[in-house]
Design a protein around this ligand. Structure first.
Ligand code: PEP
Ligand code: MG
Length: 881
């Protein structure tokens, strides 16, 4: 079996299809060489070795070593230089590369193979001693940090001290002698701190670096990132060892990163940043502010573009990016180095992009005939649409501009500033909204970035860590805002005479890069043409209908604007909390007898009638499912003596009587108690009032000649067919009564929720009395797993992190367990009524994975919260492709 794969022009052993064993980077390096694109020769150690590495307790298996030495020999013969040769050494980079890209999460080492002898050889062979010594000091910094666990800031400080002493501004101001001195100091420091000398033997360096890269698969930050993106630990990382090319050889050398299209907007324009006389990490690390690649982009900033500085290399780059995009048929994120005017490609991968860019790129590529509509839909991540639906700053709001940085990731957010990732996490836990303020972020900040509303940095470009990671998360980010001075010591940010302290509020506009003082009002998003177009394409493919869960006119309207095809769940209890009626609801609850109860219900009737009328009107002929009262009654009554006293006065009753009534409603297990249809078995008049309100609202619509789809009356928490039989008969009787009174006929349906295991198991009998089913997967999950909806949050995290459950079952449906009941319910229900309409209205109706499951299970529709309607439309389309 093969574990090490060689790549070089015309003789690569891998290809882009081998991501699982070569990782994304290794597979694409091999693919690029086969396309005739200049890539420095090298080899990839497969991800399988990562597994063996951990099986052997964090040790590189001995049997891999001969494969590595053989591959190195091949690289040597390609390049015509020898690894460790004192006269003309071959230097290599060692980089991680997992199956899914994990930007900056794992380790990289450049310039490996340098020591006191080979550095002299490099100085001579390159005829550039400064370059050689600069590479050596970089190597020592990187290697000691990554492999020897030396705190990198100590070496950084040493270098900064030297620069200060000599009044240098830039790293490039340092002379050969400065660099030699630094190398000496670095080595002394490392010896002091670790008790070990810096390894001089190139092979020892290489084994150490390979080991470190494998170890970096399991650092806390890599684990956090994997958890966030659901990347399994079993995938492992590959290790890429590649001959070095140098962007730090002088003014005709450079290094850069670019996107073949704009990753923020999707605009079809080559987009990227570079630094002259610099090496790999410099651009991403934000140590110097990079320059734009194209002349057009540079014009605005007054900086020199690559197009102007190195026109020949720029021309090669343009050819290559076009070739890559045509080949991969997707927007590419590329890394390149120019060594003495010659261009080399170091990486290509499908670029991360904002949701807005993803939509635009998909539409453009359809128009360019690069991809089909199906492919476009399959490439889009439904969850990412969330970004587009996020609020933006109100253009009319009063605001005080503090500064302007780069628009790194869109959205408008405000929050209290904090300066460390730890504090962001802590404050978030205390329920605060925070903005994480950093000079620049590093992968260590990942937890804080997740916790924050938005991210702000003073250094680094559009491809900096903060920008890339925030975009991936769909989180607002303003990056590289150099006008602001951030001081970690005093925890302040200073700009234009303002001094903001920890806890002060700022607002970020991630779409313009602007930063404002205090809280600026935000507004709901408006969607552009590409969104509509993609939604229309999705609608052509999907089989599932998408409805919404809505119980206010506002939510119904929002959902309808997002394309909802009806209301799948109106939780009428939410209507009961209105200030104009909650006291009538309470009177109904505490009534001693049926007459008093009916008196209170009579006050509620006109209000409910209007509620339903409004919903019917907004939905304008689309179906509306109204669920009759569901929760246990105690949810509506006050719980403190104080509130009870006030209520007693308002409804003109005795405090003690009220208190004992409230007490009597107490249940030990209310979720399994007197709720749902059980309420109507004991107090039929509640549902009768609601049914009358629905019927009267329907008559109003008919009388006004308005469009009305047959109202769907839904009975919750049914466990037995008998319950439904009784309640259906009651409801029908009331509807007919209203129709006779008003002398108006309309169609209606009466159905039930399937949200108890017994209902699913006896769905054939239940279907005898139901015109439709709607799976209440929230309760069905709660009752199937015996897991409280309200209390399990405390321990579910451990279940997920220990792999007992793949995901929180209240977020994404437990397909094998709860899902089995869903399938059974569908199957049994349709045995009785082959055309039974079946939907789902639990939270799972808006979760892409669950939607795929519901599609396969043969449901007719999903119903979800308004903002998830577009997500559901796209997910439903993907499910059917
Ligand atoms: C359900 O149980 O899935 C459901 C939709 O009802 P509720 O969440 O209101 O209990
Ligand atoms: Mg329920």
């Amino acid at each position: 079996q093969k574990f090490v794969y060689f790549f070089a022009a015309g003789e690569s052993e891998g290809n882009a299809g081998m991501k699982n064993i070569l990782g994304g980077k290794g597979a694409n390096l091999a693919e690029m060489t086969s396309l005739g694109i200049p890539v420095p020769p090298g080899f990839t150690i497969s991800t399988e070795i990562c597994t063996h590495f951990y099986e052997e307790g964090g040790k590189l298996p001995d049997w891999v070593r001969p494969n590595v030495t053989a591959a190195m020999a091949k690289v040597e013969s390609k390049i015509g230089k020898k690894f460790g040769d004192a006269n003309d050494p071959l230097l290599v980079s060692v980089r991680s590369g997992a199956r899914a890209s994990m930007p900056g999460m794992m380790d990289t080492i450049l310039n490996l193979g340098l020591n006191d002898q080979t550095v002299e050889g490099l100085a001579k062979s390159s005829n550039n001693p400064r370059f050689a010594w600069d590479s050596y000091r970089r190597f020592i910094q990187m290697y000691s940090d990554v492999v020897m666990n030396v705190n990198s800031s100590l070496l950084d400080v040493t270098m900064e001290d030297l620069k200060e002493e000599k009044h240098y501004k830039l790293d490039t101001d340092m002379t050969v002698d400065d660099l030699k001195l630094l190398v000496k100091k670095f080595k002394e420091l490392i010896l002091q701190m670790t008790g070990r000398s810096f390894p001089a033997d190139p092979w020892e360096q290489l084994w150490g670096a390979i080991t470190a890269v494998f170890h970096s698969w399991n650092t806390p930050r890599a684990i956090t990132y994997r958890d966030l993106h659901s990347i399994p630990v079993s995938w492992g990382t590959a290790v890429n060892i590649q001959s070095m090319v140098f962007g730090n050889m002088g003014e005709d050398s450079a290094t850069g990163v670019a996107f073949t299209r704009n990753p923020s907007t999707g605009e079809k324009a080559f987009y990227g940043e570079f630094l002259i006389n610099a090496q790999g990490e410099d651009v991403v690390a934000g140590i110097r502010t990079p320059q734009p690649i194209t002349k057009v982009a540079a014009a605005a900033s007054g900086m020199l573009s690559l197009e102007e500085a190195l026109p020949e290399a720029y021309g090669q780059l343009v050819d290559i990016y076009k070739k890559l995009e045509t080949h991969y048929r997707d927007m590419q994120d590329i890394e390149f180095t120019i060594e003495r005017s010659k261009l080399w490609m170091l990486q290509t991968r499908n670029g991360k992009r904002t949701a807005a860019a993803a939509l635009k790129i998909a539409c453009d590529m359809i128009d360019e005939k690069l991809i089909t509509e199906e492919e476009a839909i399959l490439r889009l991540d439904p969850q990412a649409l969330d970004q587009l639906l996020h609020p933006t700053l109100d253009p009319k709001a009063q605001k005080t501009l503090l500064a302007k940085g780069l628009p790194a990731s869109p959205g408008g957010v405000n929050g209290q500033i904090v300066f460390t990732s730890e504090e962001a996490v802590l404050w978030k836990e205390q329920g605060k909204k925070v903005i994480l303020v950093r000079v620049e972020t590093s992968p260590e900040d990942i937890a804080g970035m997740i916790a924050a509303q938005g991210i702000f940095t003073t250094r680094g470009g559009m491809t900096s860590h903060a920008a890339v990671v925030a975009r991936g998360m769909g989180k607002c980010c303003v990056a590289g805002c150099g006008e602001v001075d951030v001081d970690y010591r005093t925890e302040t940010m200073k700009v234009k005479g303002y001094v903001l302290k920890k806890g002060d509020v700022i607002t970020l506009d991630g779409s313009t890069g602007e930063v404002y003082l205090g809280e600026v009002k935000t507004i709901e998003p408006k969607l552009d043409g590409t969104f509509e177009r993609v939604m229309k394409i999705a609608d052509q493919f999907r089989k599932l209908k998408v409805r919404t869960n809505a119980d206010t006119p506002k939510d119904a309207q929002t959902a309808k604007n997002f394309g909802a095809e009806g209301i799948g769940l109106c939780r009428t209890e939410h209507m009961f909390f209105g200030a104009d009626r909650i006291d009538s609801v309470r009177e109904m609850i505490i009534a001693d007898n049926k007459i008093d109860r009916e008196k209170a219900l009579a006050k509620l009737l006109p209000m409910q009638r209007d509620d339903f009328y409004q919903l019917f009107k907004i939905m304008d002929g689309l179906p509306v499912t109204i669920r009759l009262l569901d929760p246990p009654l105690h949810e509506f009554v006050p719980h403190t003596d104080e509130e009870t006293k006030e209520l007693a006065v308002r409804i003109n009753t005795d405090f003690e009587r009220l208190r004992s009534k409230v007490k009597a409603l107490h249940e030990f297990n209310p979720m399994l108690g007197h709720r749902g249809c059980r309420l109507a078995i004991t107090y039929p008049e509640i549902y009768i009032m609601q049914v009358r309100a629905i019927a009267e609202a329907a008559c109003m619509m008919m009388a006004e000649g308005k469009k009305l789809s047959a109202p769907e009356i839904m009975i919750p928490l049914v466990a037995t067919d008998k319950e439904l039989e009784i309640l259906r008969a009651q409801a029908e009787q009331e509807v007919k009564k209203v129709q006779v009174e008003k002398n108006i006929k309309f169609e209606y349906h009466i159905g039930t929720m399937i949200e108890l295991p017994r209902a699913a198991l006896t769905a054939d009998a239940i279907a005898e009395h139901a015109d439709f089913f709607s799976f209440g997967t929230n309760d069905l999950t709660q009752t199937t797993l015996g897991l409280s909806r309200d209390d399990s949050g405390r321990f579910l995290g451990s279940y997920v992190s220990q792999g007992i459950l793949a995901q929180d079952p209240f977020m994404s449906i437990d397909q094998v367990g709860v899902g089995a009941l869903v399938k059974m319910g569908v199957d049994f229900g349709r045995r009785t009524k082959p055309s039974l309409k079946i939907g789902v209205c639990g939270e799972h109706g808006g979760d892409p994975d669950s939607i795929e499951f519901f599609h396969k299970a043969g449901l007719d529709y999903v119903s979800c919260s308004p903002f998830r309607v577009p997500i559901a439309r796209l997910a439903a389309a993907r499910a059917s492709l």
